[in-house]
Write a protein that binds this ligand. Structure first.
Ligand code: CS2
Length: 460
């Protein structure tokens, strides 16, 4: 097949694909986003696209890749444009997103991320960098000095490359220049994500300059958010579909489900886009929504990912087609819901049913192996915290115990047929070394060893 021309302009798209209702070049950037992966492009960038169309403003996004260069190489030649494919029942729909201004590959251009973050035009720095990138010790409530990026940046705080180091240095430079601070918007699946990131940033700053730490505490806003949209890693098949749909070669296309949700604490001293236009909900306290999503969606997702992967299912939808696994999903959703306080206006039974339907979505190919990644970073908020609540409330904890047991079995790194796989967890080496010392046919020995991993399980 001849190569199609590359997507470079909102004007040359096939009919049937939705175009932005604004001219991208009319809007300057107001947001820097760290971690410009599939999820950001399927979620916050889409709300911003809706906000620009509805209310205008200088709110386009400068994306930053902290590790790779693939996003920059895919998006910059396309002027930041990409296709969003939404898949639900019926036909998939395509839409061009124009809220992204450009992408900085931080490893290629040291200093470029800081330059963008210190530009007075930037009023929000948002993040989707995954749980493991922060370097915050959640059990101790402060900096994790053993985290490689944290250790490195503490050694050379003026030339940072990690998340906390970049935020602190950018805020230091803004303070020095008399530029108002940006609002820091954490969009990762972490409990109390705003407060948690604030804790990490302030603790890092206190090692560099206590005056700066005090200024951050009083002057910088860290609103909490709950983000939700199931977005699988992009596949070559999705890119081929996009080409058929748009008539353009788009190397940055994203496919996602139709459902999307964003609940945000409304605390943006330097202003914000009109994200309500995309359906975002602003509330005073995000925590109950976040707990609901982490325990019901993400906790059940993790259980299904481990159990499904071990049972030989590559995709979530195939695992859901297995009656035994789907019964476990129903059981887990019910147990997780029972740990939550009632939320006005939310029917948890209906929410559970909608989650099961989303997991079953036949047009979304979400890999169990993708969700299984980084278990030590995910288990605490998804499974262990609700298990503690269930224990306190004298509810059945077996669904949580089962899910944790599946993770433990997964940690052995070998299927029942003896096929080895990589754990893909920041503590992978630690887990492997610890398990190498025990008899892996002895469940109590495995459980004891994994319980002893520092900072994962709550203290007895
Ligand atoms: C998933 C999430 O990969 C995972 O761990 O549970 O990415 C999930 O798909 C999203 O949080 C949905 O909003």
């Amino acid at each position: 097949m001849n190569r199609l021309p590359r997507l470079v302009s909102v004007d040359d798209i096939a009919a049937g694909v939705r175009r932005p209702a604004y001219r991208p070049e009319d809007h300057a950037a107001g947001i820097v986003h760290l971690g410009i992966g599939a999820f950001h492009r399927a979620h916050q960038a889409v709300y911003t696209d809706d906000a620009l169309a509805a209310s205008g403003g200088d709110w386009r996004i400068i994306g930053v890749s902290l590790r790779g260069t693939a996003a920059a190489d895919a998006l910059n030649p396309q002027n930041g444009l990409y296709t969003l494919i939404e898949r639900g029942e019926g036909e998939a729909s395509g839409r061009i997103i124009a809220s992204l201004d450009r992408v900085i590959a931080a490893t290629r251009k040291p200093g470029a991320a800081l330059a963008a973050m210190t530009d007075p035009a930037i009023r929000i720095v948002s993040l989707t960098v995954t749980e493991k990138a922060y370097g915050i010790d959640r059990a101790a409530g402060g900096l994790d000095e053993s985290h490689s990026a944290v250790a490195y940046d503490l050694g050379d705080p003026r030339a940072p490359s990690g998340v906390l180091g970049l935020l602190v240095e950018a805020l230091r430079l803004r303070r020095e220049a008399g530029t108002p601070p940006f609002t820091v918007l954490c969009c990762d699946n972490l409990p109390d994500n705003g407060a948690l990131l604030r804790l990490g940033v302030v603790d890092f700053a206190s090692r560099v300059d206590p005056g700066l730490a005090a200024w951050i505490e009083t002057s910088v806003a860290f609103p909490a958010t709950m983000v939700d949209r199931i977005t699988p890693a992009v596949t070559p098949a999705a890119l081929a579909d996009t080409a058929r749909m748009t008539g353009r070669d788009d190397q940055a296309a994203i496919e996602t489900e139709v459902f999307t949700q964003w609940v945000i604490e409304d605390h943006f001293p330097q202003g914000r886009p009109n994200w309500e236009a995309g359906g975002a909900i602003f509330v005073a306290d995000v925590a109950p929504y976040e707990r609901m999503k982490l325990r019901m969606l993400n906790g059940t997702h993790s259980m299904l990912a481990y159990a499904g992967f071990l049972a030989g299912h590559t995709l979530v939808r195939d695992a859901m087609a297995d009656p035994a696994l789907s019964a476990l999903v129903t059981r887990h959703l019910k147990a997780a819901a029972a740990t939550l306080a009632p939320l006005p206006g939310i029917d948890l039974t209906a929410y559970a049913a909608s989650l099961a339907a989303r997991f079953r979505n036949p047009s979304i190919a979400h890999e169990t192996y993708q969700i299984a990644m980084d278990g030590t970073e995910k288990l605490p908020q998804r499974l262990l915290q609700p298990a503690l609540v269930a224990m306190e409330q004298r509810q059945d904890i077996r669904p949580f115990a089962f899910a944790v047991a599946c993770w433990m079995r997964y940690c052995l790194g070998r299927t029942d047929d003896g096929v080895a796989y990589a754990l893909r967890d920041p503590r992978e080496q630690h887990i492997q070394a610890a398990l190498a010392r025990v008899d892996t046919r002895d469940p109590a020995a495995i459980a004891g060893t994994l319980h002893a991993l520092p900072g994962v399980f709550p203290a007895p």
